[in-house]
Design a protein around this ligand. Sequence first.
Ligand SMILES: Nc1nc2c(ncn2[C@@H]2O[C@H](COP(=O)(O)OP(=O)(O)OP(=O)(O)O)[C@@H](O)[C@H]2O)c(=O)[nH]1
Ligand SMILES: Nc1nc2c(ncn2[C@@H]2O[C@H](COP(=O)(O)OP(=O)(O)OP(=O)(O)O)[C@@H](O)[C@H]2O)c(=O)[nH]1
Ligand SMILES: [Mg+2]
Ligand SMILES: [Mg+2]
Lengths: 290, 268
Amino acid sequence: TLTQKFSAISDRLRGSARITEADLDATLRDMRMALLEADVALPVVRKLLDEVRERGLGEEVAKSLKPGQLIVKILHDVLSDTLGGEPKPLDLQKIPSVILLCGLQGAGKTTTAGKLARFLTQQGKKVALTSVDSTRPAAREQLEILARQVNVPYFAGRGKRADQMATDALNQAKKDGIHVLILDTAGRQTVDDDLMAEINKVQRKVQASERLLVLDSMMGQAALEIAESFHENVRLSGCILTKTDADVRGGAAISVAQSTGVPLRFVGTGEKLEAFEFFDPQRMAGRVLG
Amino acid sequence: NRAGEKLTDSEWQDIEDALIMADCGPELSINIVNKCKKERQDNLHQLKEHMLNVFPEVKSLNDDKKPFVLLVVGVNGTGKTTTIGKLATMYRQQGKKVLVGAADTFRAAAVEQLSVWVTRAGADIVKQAEGSDPAAVSFDTIQRGISRDYDVVIIDTAGRVQTDTSLMNELAKVHRVIQKAMPSAPHEVWHVVDAGTGQNAINQVEKFKEIAHTTGLIVTKLDGTAKGGIVLQLTHRFAIPIRYIGVGETLEDLLPFDASNFVDELLP
Ligand SMILES: Nc1nc2c(ncn2[C@@H]2O[C@H](COP(=O)(O)OP(=O)(O)OP(=O)(O)O)[C@@H](O)[C@H]2O)c(=O)[nH]1
Ligand SMILES: Nc1nc2c(ncn2[C@@H]2O[C@H](COP(=O)(O)OP(=O)(O)OP(=O)(O)O)[C@@H](O)[C@H]2O)c(=O)[nH]1
Ligand SMILES: [Mg+2]
Ligand SMILES: [Mg+2]
């Protein structure tokens, strides 16, 4: 783990009164390996380590009696700075507000829609769920079941295309005085131009105040391209990481945050609808560091 | 002829970067590049040969029993249910009689989803009430598979993370009960892995192999950005054969694994 590697790094630098550039570069190489093992994307690792190197050559380290420990602390700080501070609350000022969920196939969007519905209902909001997924067998049934479980209405948006269904569901939400409409969409690959155009069109039609990327926390290097692509397409306002209960290092979170600046808002910590928490940047930085 | 030309240092760096960005893992990527350079296998063709040597001789499929019983496992959302639809279709096209057991008795609309695929594939399904014991469904499915003369029986299981002890115990029980129904079964246990998975795939495959005695891998979603380089590490460590790859969401989107094509895709 990074913590084990860090004690090795600290040991190597201990006793050296001044840290040389050679020491620093050797340390950065160890950190590079550790971050890649934690699934942080390569271009992001390079940027993070440039930052660590710059601070590592600075005054503070030059004067420090324990440069090794300080370098490690610098990396921790760079990681938690990247992950941002306390997540801000969802933007739900408009009535009805739309939360659009998007992401790759199997990431956990439908389950997360149910979790969000439960979370917001507990805050006293009047919530409704809708799905515009016409591809996956029993996708809409799946969300309907979750809607019943959390006691919120499910709107079956009429229309042939996803954007038509979304618009129809939004009109129903307006009629019924719904405060928040959670919009579940079909999984899609970023290389599929038609499907990326589809989600872009859905967003233009419903003008969701929250556009959240649902991302499987065990994703590897591809998380970088995925985040950039979805961000380019719907201008993401946030990201929800799922399946963190699989004990993942979660480097994908760092890749998303560093490359797009999209804030991480929530994490899914299990299959049950209660398994849903606010994103904790300190805790995530700790996971990545092992 | 590019493949035969000696690679420059900058080209080697591009290759190492490409392997890392394909999820081959930093250690394996660096080792492959260094080993090739050291042994003077320093053109693209030789590099590919070196990478192909990671893949062991493909063992023949253990599918000569009747019915051939296949257990499908993996973490949540990797594509197990959809893949079973594709496999059922493939076996039906070979003129085989296929029975599928809906042993995911937990997730919302899991049985409905599988039923649609089974109908599309022209296969038959065994299902029980929601919340019933997956082991009981598996047992019933195999019994019916034997008594009604099916050629292939495929068991769909719920997604589960390898860190969930009670769900891994449930899977161990499913495996035991399948053996009770038919001593030689399951004849194949295929672990479905999402091509976009990072280093966690190693722990996943390791734990599932311990519990469910995995005999094959299926890598899905190779139609996306992810190159599935994690497969190189999985093969290197566990030598479990990769049987098929998923390249889309329809019934035709299943291909036999081709190591040479796979390696080509990993390189820049
Ligand atoms: N362990 C765990 N499983 C999760 C979590 N979130 C979702 N899942 C599971 O992941 C699987 C996929 O979830 P879905 O909600 O169907 O995913 P999706 O993104 O809607 O999938 P598509 O609509 O096909 O793109 C299901 O088995 C869920 O129960 C989580 O936080 N932890
Ligand atoms: N693009 C692409 N999508 C796929 C592929 N295989 C499966 N999917 C999609 O991935 C999503 C999840 O597939 P499922 O078959 O529900 O996955 P699962 O492993 O059974 O999920 P759980 O039972 O919830 O654990 C669905 O939207 C599928 O259509 C593939 O090869 N390519
Ligand atoms: Mg869904
Ligand atoms: Mg399934």
